[in-house]
Design a protein around this ligand. Structure first.
Ligand code: ADP
Ligand code: MG
Ligand code: MG
Length: 934
């Protein structure tokens, strides 16, 4: 198993090498096709070429191929961008090839680039392998200049349209390519400011009231603004415009927003972005034109309904930017001017689902009643929508079951466990008249917290552990940090396709968008609605499933899934969500090879984990049991004991507690295996450190305070993580291990006698030397024998060890002579491999992530290149000695999807994680098997 895994990783290394040589070739402009054309007469690419053409480019080609109406264009490959990022230069021959492909567009459209008589205009669009909403900037109407704009006005007989297109182009180009942008978060966009200035001067409020004359003036002012800010003229040569725009798209791959996004979603910098250059079509030529965004199903709930919105006489950006609030696409059916377009769209909807095998999120534009498709991609969806869509589309045979599993974001499943409003508190808030308004439900769930207006404030309070709701008039990519930190997001402008809604859906945030009655005043720091005014820091609550916004806090309650699986307050048959969830889980189970266990210390946790699908315990931490009630007294008595007799006496008091605990756990497990770890933390963690508590303890034990203080001082360690802990304790105080072994076996005997199977797996922590393990195993076997004699119960059990320090991994072949199983303790293994204390890493690790020194937090996601090697060595050497050795992981990483995939690849038998992560692990394990084979 491990060997195949090694081979496989070599394979990918080779592939990566191949790819980079290809990129080098492309830079020489000889081999390596740099540009792929898509059009009715010639279509070079298709939907499978995401890596090379980006998601947008590949799907534009695919839509062209299946006969959907796509304006012609071409895609410059991601290889070219990777090359450009390295050299900061266009590869040789690229400019010529761009020109040649523009000629092809001219041929298909019958228009000419830069010709005032019949001008071809282009859009320049970025498109990485995975869509990155809002990260890359699009430039529309490229090719317009002071002359072609006159031609366009004449040709269309619509001067207002022509000049409006030109001013939009200058604005976008000035912003994206020439860098004329706002400097502070709450400042206005410089171009918006110029426009607002003009409107104010003219006494106009709506953009649509600007006449051709006004727009000509605006264009002049825009060009002046650019000259002022950059010292350069706005370029008049269309080819120069095009080259500048292409370079700007490449550059934007490395802008801050894009980098933050990639870090959050673990997208490698090396992927690069493609550039799509496409003939423009116009949704803003008049009232028989429109533009829209739609989903083939509802991305918030998963309902099988056509979902989306459109704006008449508008250009695409207007829908997404949330500047005007659009109409629901369903209304189009009743709009006489667009009824036939609507019918056509319904057909497109069915075709897309059938041909792409998943819910599509697509963009369209209607130019003089003719429909054009501008983009399609698999729709981002909430976890709720994900499970419903997977269930429905697999049953409808529209989606492959493998795709249903592979396309999941396992982490997002935790959304299904996210709270909803407590029913009573919610009803009360309504009765008390705290409902302020209802906006658009854009990200389901309930959020209640402090109101904030800026991303900075959201981050600041969020990182201090406060729940916040971020309210913005509309959000932009600059707000991303704040949106990540906030519990919920509220906007007063924009529709269900606005930036806020899009991002919220993807991140699983509660979101209410476009609550138009709300007035947000950034400068005063207030939010007003329905005669009430809330200030920054006031409590506010939003319901992202209904769109409601309430003043004040509202208690939250358990989700349906929790009510079915955890509290039992709802029956499975009463919860649709539960049924969809169960369908997906069953499907994942069908594919996965890895077993799924849980880290649980109480019968209660065990039952929860089993309800979520756990197949046993991968880690029970016995020390947690010592803190409850008056057990801690017996524990302290044991620690403070002067001699072995006194210690045994104290341990005898602990024994019945431990036995009861294990008994409860064995019963809850109903025959499933339980890995039980012996005492691990250093003893000083159990003793009181302040004088008052020491005095109390001394009185309780009938010894002097100074004796207690002396013992506590003696237990002090400079570096407890590397001190007297783990098996080192059991070796110094064998009677502790004896007591623990006795508790396990007596409990096992008792439960087994009642006819319930028990499968204890005793785990010795922090082993680095085989002899350490031998020492403890001898105790375990001896006690087992005694208990079996005493009770007459023969108990099947295993003894193994945690592999959690590098020496343990390196000498795994020796340790496996004794150990019947290994469980990788990746928390300590990470600490000791990296020489980095998890508890002290907060001071520098965030900076390391920022600087790219580490790709992800190694305590959250396994450092596969470093720690992963130790694990592989542990696996290989362990199997050398004991081919059938049982292998698992019990560190926090066991519930993190990337780490789960890694555990599958190196051939572990199971992962273990906290009860609530079990569904995540099941799904990730299913994906791992589909990606890498069982
Ligand atoms: P994003 O990646 O942010 O979705 P897009 O490349 O899709 O950006 O472009 C943004 C908007 O520009 C889209 O909503 C689309 O409507 C509009 N657009 C892009 N290309 C064209 C085109 N060829 N004709 C008309 N509008 C276009
Ligand atoms: Mg788009
Ligand atoms: Mg450990």
């Amino acid at each position: 198993m491990a060997k195949t895994a090694r081979k496989a990783s070599k394979g990918t290394a080779k592939a990566a090498k191949k790819k980079s040589t290809k990129a080098v070739k492309a830079s020489k402009g000889k081999a390596g096709k740099m540009i792929y054309f898509f059009g009715a007469k010639k279509c070079d690419g298709d939907g499978t070429m995401r890596a090379l053409l980006g998601g947008k480019g590949a799907n534009l080609a695919q839509m062209t191929k299946i006969g959907l109406p796509v304006p012609p264009g071409f895609t410059i490959t991601t290889d070219v961008s990777v090359d450009y990022t390295a050299t900061r230069k266009f590869p040789e021959g690229l400019a010529d090839q761009i020109a040649a492909n523009v000629k092809l567009i001219e041929k298909e459209t019958g228009k000419k680039f830069g010709d005032p008589a019949n001008t071809l205009l282009l859009s320049v669009r970025s498109g990485a392998r995975d869509s990155m909403p809002g990260m890359m900037d699009t430039i529309l109407n490229l090719g317009l200049n002071n002359e072609t704009v006159v031609g366009l006005a004449e040709a269309t007989g619509n001067g207002r349209f022509a000049y409006d297109s030109y001013r939009r182009f200058i604005q976008m180009y000035g912003d994206v390519v020439m860098g004329v942008q706002k400097v502070h978060e709450n400042e206005h966009e410089p171009f918006e400011e110029v426009m607002d200035g003009l409107k104010h001067q003219l006494g106009i409020t709506e953009d649509l009231d600007l006449t051709e004359e006004h727009l000509r003036e605006l264009i002049k002012r825009y060009q002046q603004l650019i000259k002022q800010r950059t010292g350069k003229e706005f370029p008049q040569d269309p080819m120069e415009q095009l080259i500048g725009a292409v370079a700007a798209v490449f550059d934007s791959w490395m802008n801050e927003r894009a980098i933050i996004y990639r870090r959050k979603y673990k997208i490698p910098d090396e992927w690069g972005t493609a550039v799509n250059v496409q003939a423009m079509v116009f949704g803003n030529m008049g009232d028989d034109c429109a533009t829209g965004v739609a989903f083939t199903r509802d991305p918030a709930t998963g309902e099988d309904v056509f979902y989306g919105e459109y704006l008449i006489n508008a250009q695409g950006e207007d829908v997404v930017a949330g500047v005007r609030t659009p109409k629901p696409v369903a209304e189009m059916a009743h709009d006489p001017g667009f009824a036939s377009t609507y019918k056509e769209l319904e057909k497109v909807r069915a075709t897309l689902e059938k041909k792409f095998g998943d819910v599509q999120d697509f963009e369209f534009t209607v130019e003089k009643k003719k429909l054009y498709m501008l983009q399609t991609r698999n729709g981002k969806r909430t976890a709720l929508a994900y499970v419903k869509i997977a269930h429905d589309m697999v049953k409808q045979k529209l989606m492959k079951p493998e795709h249903a599993i592979l396309s999941a974001d396992p982490d997002a499943l935790s959304q299904l466990l996210a709270p909803i409003f407590d029913r009573k508190a919610y009803a009360a808030a309504g009765k008390e008249g705290r409902l302020l308004t209802t906006g658009l439900p854009a990200g389901p769930g309930a959020a209640s917290g402090k109101l904030v207006f800026t991303a900075d404030k959201a981050e600041q309070l969020g990182s201090a552990g406060e729940s916040v709701v971020l309210a913005r008039i509309e959000t932009s990519p600059e707000d991303l940090r704040g949106m990540i930190a906030a519990e919920g997001i509220l906007t007063s402008r924009g529709g269900v396709s606005s930036h806020a809604a899009l991002v919220a859906r993807q991140m699983g945030k509660v979101c209410v968008a476009g609550a138009g009655e709300i007035v947000i005043d950034y400068s005063k720091g207030t939010l007003s609605c329905a005669g009430k005014t809330l200030k920054e820091g006031d409590a506010i609550s939003i319901n992202g499933s209904t769109g409601e916004v309430f003043a004040g806090a509202i208690d939250t309650a358990d989700s349906e899934l929790k009510q079915v699986l955890v509290s039992g307050t709802m029956k499975p048959e009463d919860s649709e969500v539960y049924q969809y969830f169960a369908f997906v889980m069953k499907l994942a189970d069908k594919y996965r090879r890895l077993g799924i266990r849980t880290n649980a210390d109480t019968p209660e946790q065990v039952r929860q984990a089993i309800a979520f699908g756990a197949e046993g315990i991968g880690l029970t931490r016995t020390e947690h049991m010592f803190f409850e009630g008056d057990r801690i007294d017996a524990m302290r008595e044991m620690i403070l004991a002067e001699n072995i007799e006194a210690r045994r006496e104290a341990l005898a008091k602990l024994l019945p507690f431990q036995r009861e605990d294990f008994e409860g756990i064995f019963r809850a497990l109903e025959g499933r295996p339980a890995t039980i770890r012996f005492l691990d933390p250093p003893l000083h963690e159990f003793v009181p450190h302040d004088t008052t508590a020491q005095k109390e303890l001394a009185a309780k034990l009938g010894i002097s305070t100074s004796a207690v203080a002396k013992r506590v001082a003696a237990l002090h360690e400079f570096n407890p993580m590397l001190g007297h802990r783990g098996c080192r304790l059991g070796i110094s105080y064998p009677e502790i291990s004896e007591m623990q072994a006795r508790a396990v076996f007596e409990a096992a005997a008792k439960v087994q006698k009642d006819g319930i199977k028990v499968r204890p797996e005793i785990m010795i922590p922090l082993v680095g030397f085989k002899k350490e393990l031998d020492n403890q195993v001898e105790i375990v076997h001896a006690v087992a024998k005694q208990v079996q004699q005493e009770t007459g119960q023969k108990i099947k059990y295993l003894v193994g060890t945690m592999i959690e320090i590098p020496r343990g991994a390196l000498t795994a072949n020796e340790i496996a002579e004794t150990a019947e199983f290994f469980s990788f303790g990746t928390n300590d293994l990470t600490q000791t491999c990296l020489g980095m204390s998890r508890d002290d890493s907060a001071t520098f690790l965030p900076m390391y992530t920022e600087m790219g020194i580490v790709k992800a937090n190694p305590f959250a996601s396994i450092d596969t290149t470093g720690v992963g090697q130790l694990m592989k060595i542990g696996v290989e050497r362990g199997q050398e000695t004991r081919p059938d050795i049982k292998l698992g992981i019990c560190g926090e990483h066991g519930g993190e999807p990337h780490s789960v995939v890694f555990c599958h690849e190196i051939g572990l038998d199971y992962v273990s994680c906290s009860p609530y992560r079990v569904p995540v692990a099941r799904l990730a394990a299913g994906q791992a098997a589909l990606k890498h084979g069982k």
